[in-house]
Design a protein around this ligand. Structure first.
Ligand code: PNS
Length: 165
């Protein structure tokens, strides 16, 4: 039977670190379903539809990657998809507490789905969507941290900041 991992996140926007994690997840699972969910603690820059379009564009032609959005609990989405696992990336120690808490909540809510953590690749240990947005908002160079198509979208969003020179 096909093994499925649900990879939840805000993906506001998707970064090269996220892409690396999906690629590595595919070495363990037959399919990775990237699902954008609402993190109530964050105010998104990109609307869900924009994020979906941007993510789909990055994984065009890859049948083993699906992209979706869900308004609710990640465990409910995982159940709906008959997923074997929830996939999350862990960067440095600072990610641990939040990830640990989420994994515990998710386990309490649904014991049938396991959270699997992969350590973020060293190249991406410092990248985060929020850091990238901050740099981009001041017109800084984020190339190499996000795919070129997403760099373009960030430039469009922060057009004023970039055009100030
Ligand atoms: O990319 P992020 O912002 O770190 O992702 C966090 C996300 C979206 C995975 C998390 O906030 C989430 O799962 N939200 C959906 C609601 C939910 O299921 N919460 C349960 C864990 S506390």
């Amino acid at each position: 039977m096909e093994t499925i991992a649900v990879y939840p996140g805000s993906f506001d926007p998707l970064t090269n670190g996220h892409i690396d994690l999906v690629e590595r997840g595919l070495k363990i699972f037959d399919k990775v379903v990237i699902v954008t969910l609402n993190n109530r603690a964050k105010k998104p820059l990109f609307a869900v539809e924009e994020r979906l379009t941007m993510i789909r564009d990055c994984f065009k032609g890859m049948d083993s990657v699906e992209v979706d959005a869900f308004d609710g609990l990640v465990v409910d989405y995982a159940r709906k998809r008959n997923a074997n696992a929830i996939l999350r990336g862990m960067r440095a120690v600072s990610d641990f507490e939040n990830e640990f808490q989420m994994a515990m909540f998710n386990r309490r809510l649904n014991r049938d789905v396991q959270t699997v953590f992969l350590m973020t690749g060293m190249r991406w240990i410092f990248t985060s969507s929020s850091g990238i947005k901050e740099v981009a908002s001041f017109g800084g160079d984020v190339s190499g941290m996000v795919p070129p198509s997403i760099e373009k979208k960030l430039k469009e969003k922060f057009h004023k900041a970039y055009s100030k020179g």
